[in-house]
Design a protein around this ligand. Structure first.
Ligand SMILES: [Zn+2]
Length: 120
C-alpha cells in the first residue's frame, strides 16, 4: 500500500487499531496510519450504512435536524459528516473538472442563508 503521508510505495501492514481497522507503517517516513485515514470513516463512530443513510437523507432534502432524528445521531455529528463529505466532493470536483470550455452555464440549485433573527 502507498503511504498516505509521504507517498512511499511500500507501506506494510502493522497490526490493527482498537476498532479492528488495518494499520500500516511506512518504512520511509516511519509513520503509522490506519487504512481509513482521509476517508469519512476516520475518527468517527459511524458505520458505512449510517454514513450512507445520513448523506442520502441530506441529498434528498431532509433538514439537518430531521436527519439527526432519523439517524439517531447528534446534530453536530450529522453536520460534521455532511461538511466533510461536501469538502471531499469539492476536492474531487476541482480535480476532475478542469479546463472545460463552455458557452452556457446553467445552475439548477442555489441556496442562501440571509439572517437568523431573535424571536420577539
Ligand atoms: Zn511514508
Amino acid at each position: 500500500m502507498e503511504c498516505i503521508l509521504c507517498g512511499h510505495e511500500k507501506a506494510h501492514k502493522h497490526g490493527k487499531t482498537a476498532k479492528g481497522i488495518q494499520r500500516y507503517k511506512c518504512p520511509h517516513c516511519g509513520q503509522t496510519f490506519p487504512e481509513n485515514l482521509n476517508t469519512l470513516y476516520y475518527n468517527r463512530h459511524l458505520s458505512s450504512d449510517e454514513v450512507h443513510t445520513i448523506l442520502q437523507s441530506h441529498a434528498e432534502g431532509s433538514s439537518l435536524r430531521g436527519v439527526s432524528r432519523i439517524s439517531g445521531r447528534a446534530y453536530g455529528t450529522v453536520v460534521s459528516l455532511i461538511r466533510d463529505a461536501a469538502q471531499k466532493a469539492q476536492m474531487v470536483h476541482n480535480h476532475e473538472v478542469q479546463q472545460i470550455t463552455t458557452e452556457e452555464i446553467i445552475g439548477d440549485e442555489m441556496w442562501s442563508f440571509i439572517k437568523k433573527t431573535e424571536a420577539l
